[in-house]
Design a protein around this ligand. Structure first.
Ligand code: SF4
Length: 519
């Protein structure tokens, strides 16, 4: 059965520092799992990017090196020291080198890591970033694997030793997956589980005469896989039918969806969402106070809206608050402060900025705000089942476009609309963002990203108003999401986050890039 995306694992989150979730958060997560696989202190790492891939031209500017350096040094991604992760790695005596080279890769965001530990042991890993901080480790020491950071794992490699597959199979406890594979004189044994491994199994592996190195992999995603329960709806139309039967709104359905994905209780999930909301509001507060970061195109601008209101140049309005909040979130992101990717770091302003503005405007309670985030989350989960959130594959329509649909649904929920109105608002909002290219100036996620987040947010607000007022979305959300995938496939690679097309190659953009390169 195909694994369904989760709201916390794939849509709202990660909580992170860095300009881009597909670059910084995914590379940090890959690095942390890679350290577990190496299973000894790291001395040296070589990180290679495929020369035909999307990471090759901009891995430094978009924060991939920040993610790898921080992860390989053992830093948490929210640690203040992530801002200078490469210096921290050097201080710890870890040498991390980066290289653009050629190796087989079937995804634009592929990296090959070769880690050398203190004892001279080496591990080679091929991993891909799937957008929004999700990733997959696809090979370890040339053995195919599938590691997404949402399970406990044990990996054992032996060379020139007898095959103990049958013996290990007999020892595998219920609920633990086991596989093995052989290449020449090398054998890989792999265990996977939704729960920590029983001490009996670990002690058997550690004492076994044929095994001399047992790498234990700890999950890195917020929600552990394999604890799913049956979902009462599948498609968007079955979700709407269920909403009608149960008189449930989209916030209720988002919570039910995440309960079924995670096996967690409603109380746990509501508390986790409230934590996320607090982080988003704190990022807005930090942005409005003013943020500094040297390697940045834009100065602080989020304060200019209030200033213009005070000077009677513009009238106060909820749209002003949306613009101000979205700007503050984007400024926090560009200053490497802690933010929540929703669904990506590049589009982190849209959802949080709109939901705070509308909830402040109408005086929503915390519970209502939590429900609005679950309503937004389930729209994102359906989007993730379609094209996903990788701008390197589908352009900005899957970052700001997806965020706009999520925000529209969340706002309808806050306004007291029903599930159909929330889904229709998401449909309308995404319809208006189809075809949006990804062309960040100087490979920084600022220009035109700030404007795109603001237009996605205001578009979401308009779509929410239209839907609650009774406008017809005409095209159902599932067909709109499918269209995003189809259009993404026709988009040339120069406008899919490679910095080789769109505004990124204007005369002004090239001047900015040269200027920042001199810093
Ligand atoms: S243009 Fe859109 S997709 Fe591209 S970096 Fe900016 S926000 Fe992300």
């Amino acid at each position: 059965m195909k694994k369904l995306p989760g709201i916390f694992n794939d849509v709202i989150g990660p909580v992170m520092r860095g300009p881009s979730s597909s670059h910084t958060a995914a590379s940090w997560r890959i690095a942390r799992i890679a350290l577990d696989i190496l299973n000894e202190p790291l001395k040296q790492a070589l990180i290679e990017f495929d020369h035909n891939g999307a990471w090759a031209p901009n891995y430094r500017e978009q924060g991939t090196t920040m993610g790898f350096d921080g992860g390989l040094s053992g830093l948490e991604i929210t640690d203040e020291r992530m801002k200078s992760a490469s210096s921290y790695a050097l201080q710890k005596g870890i040498v991390v080198e980066y290289l653009v080279s050629t190796f087989p890769a079937d995804h634009p965001n592929t990296a090959r890591l070769t880690l050398r530990g203190m004892s001279g042991k080496t591990v080679q890993i091929i991993a891909v970033s799937l957008g929004g901080g999700s990733f997959e480790i696809r090979s370890v020491n040339e053995f195919p694997v599938r590691l997404n950071g949402d399970l406990y794992g044990v990996i054992i490699f032996t060379r020139n030793k007898k095959d103990i597959t049958d013996e290990l199979k007999r020892q595998v406890p219920p609920g633990v997956g086991f596989s093995s594979g052989q290449q020449d004189d090398r054998i890989k044994y792999e265990f996977k589980s939704s729960h920590p491994f029983p001490p009996d199994l670990m002690s058997l592996l550690q004492k076994h005469p044929v095994i001399d190195d047992t790498a234990v992999i700890n999950p890195i995603m917020p929600v552990i896989a394999g604890r799913e329960t049956e979902m009462p709806f599948t498609t968007i139309s079955s979700l709407l039918a269920y909403a009608g039967e149960k008189d449930a709104d989209l916030g209720d359905l988002g919570l039910i969806y995440e309960k079924c994905i995670s096996g967690n209780s409603a109380e746990e999930l509501n508390a986790r969402m409230m934590e996320i909301i607090h982080i988003i509001h704190s990022s807005i507060g930090k942005g409005l106070k003013g943020t500094q970061y040297a390697d940045r195109i834009l100065p602080q601008q989020s304060h200019l809206i209030r200033k213009a209101e005070k000077e009677d140049r513009i009238r106060e309005s909820v749209v002003n608050r949306i613009i101000e909040n979205v700007s503050a979130l984007m400024e926090s992101k560009s200053a490497m402060e802690v933010i929540v990717a929703a669904p990506t770091a590049g589009s982190c302003g849209t959802l949080g900025g709109t939901l705070k503005a509308i909830s402040d405007n109408i005086g929503s309670s915390d519970e209502e705000l939590v429900k609005a985030y679950f309503a937004a989350g389930i729209v994102g989960a359906y989007f993730a089942q379609g094209p996903g959130f990788s701008a390197e594959e589908h352009g900005c329509q899957v970052e700001c476009g997806a965020a706009s649909g999520m925000a529209a649904a969340g706002m309808v929920q806050l306004m007291g609309g029903n599930a159909k109105q929330a889904i229709d608002a998401a449909s309308m909002a995404i319809q208006n963002m189809i075809g949006l290219i990804c062309d960040p100036v100087a490979d920084r996620v600022e220009v035109p990203c700030l404007g795109k987040n603001i237009s996605a947010a205001v578009n979401a607000y308009a779509s929410a108003i239209m839907s609650v007022s009774g406008y017809d979305a005409v095209i159902p959300l599932d067909q709109v999401i499918q269209t995003v995938s189809v259009v993404g496939k026709t988009m040339p690679s120069c406008v899919r986050c490679t910095g080789k097309g769109g505004l990124a190659v204007t005369e002004t953009a090239l001047k900015i890039k040269n200027k920042l390169g001199e810093l």
